[in-house]
Design a binder for this molecule. Structure first.
Ligand code: PXL
Length: 260
């Protein structure tokens, strides 16, 4: 069984964060592990509180994981403040993890911003470069690139800019924004169009976490990057389409849609 790691925050409502990642890892027949960075009080309606782990326990989690079951792939989610981003950078330098998927989590689906300006600068300038695959949505790409993305050409431009920032490849998610469920995968050389089914749903809480976790699991299982992103997009689409309709706001996905 291939081990895969998420470095992320906890979402007590179970729809996003490390909870979504672990469900996704399990449904891809991989062995899921977690470095917990923070605990977020959040549900389908909003974000109510945030508390991050101490630097000491984060470092000890890195040493415990990489000193024993070395993951074949990892993904990062909500990274916390500069103190913890720096620890992650130091540990990436030390342990040289393979197949790194970076989901640049910056907003909750409710719209709440999850990273402040100072932490964002460090994240952009010193962390993104560790991505073998970066998975920004439109809002995150706009924030990182500093320009508006109002058509598909601009979406492609954002992928190019993110490669300039050091990511080795990018899935630039157009999401539902351009009347299509169209994303681009860009490996620094070629663009690949990934088109899915446009779903009219509000059950999308944790969709980005789920996609990046599925990509990491697919890479851990030995797939090429293009296969990994293509299959992860389909898994996420199905999980959204067969969502359990829970909560009063932006509802979670059904990670177990294919269990009878
Ligand atoms: O979906 C982004 C996200 C990631 N991680 C945690 C979250 C959220 C959004 O609410 O709470 C822990």
């Amino acid at each position: 069984m291939n081990a895969v790691l998420t470095i992320a925050g906890s979402d007590c409502s179970g729809g996003s964060g490390l909870e979504a990642d672990l469900k996704t890892f399990t449904m891809h027949n991989t062995f899921g592990m977690v470095i917990v960075l923070s605990v977020v009080a959040v549900n389908t309606k909003g974000v109510y509180g945030f508390s991050q782990m101490s630097a000491d326990i984060v470092q000890k989690q890195y040493d415990a994981v990489f000193g024993d079951i070395v993951p074949k792939a990892l993904k990062t989610g909500l990274m916390g403040t500069s103190e913890l981003i720096k620890i992650s950078i130091d540990n990436f330098k030390k342990y040289k993890p393979q197949n790194v998927v970076i989901d640049p989590v910056m907003f909750a689906k409710s719209g709440a911003r999850l990273i402040n300006d100072e932490d964002f600068k460090l994240y952009k300038n010193e962390f993104i470069q560790y991505a073998d695959i970066l998975t920004p949505n439109k809002l995150e790409s706009e924030l990182i690139c500093g320009f508006e993305i109002n058509n598909l050409e601009r979406l492609k431009d954002s992928a190019k800019k993110l490669i300039d920032l050091g990511a080795k490849s990018v899935i630039a998610k157009g999401g539902k924004y351009f009347d299509k469920a169209l994303d681009y995968f860009y490996d620094g050389k070629d663009f690949y169009e990934l088109e899915g089914k446009l779903l009219n749903t509000t059950n999308d809480h944790g969709a980005g976490c789920t996609l990046s976790a599925a990509i990491a699991a697919n890479l851990a299982n030995g797939m090429s990057k293009l296969d990994a992103v293509t299959k992860a997009k389909l898994y996420t689409q199905n999980a959204m389409e067969f969502a359990p309709n829970l909560g009063e706001g932006r509802g979670p996905l059904n990670h177990m849609f294919n269990l009878k």
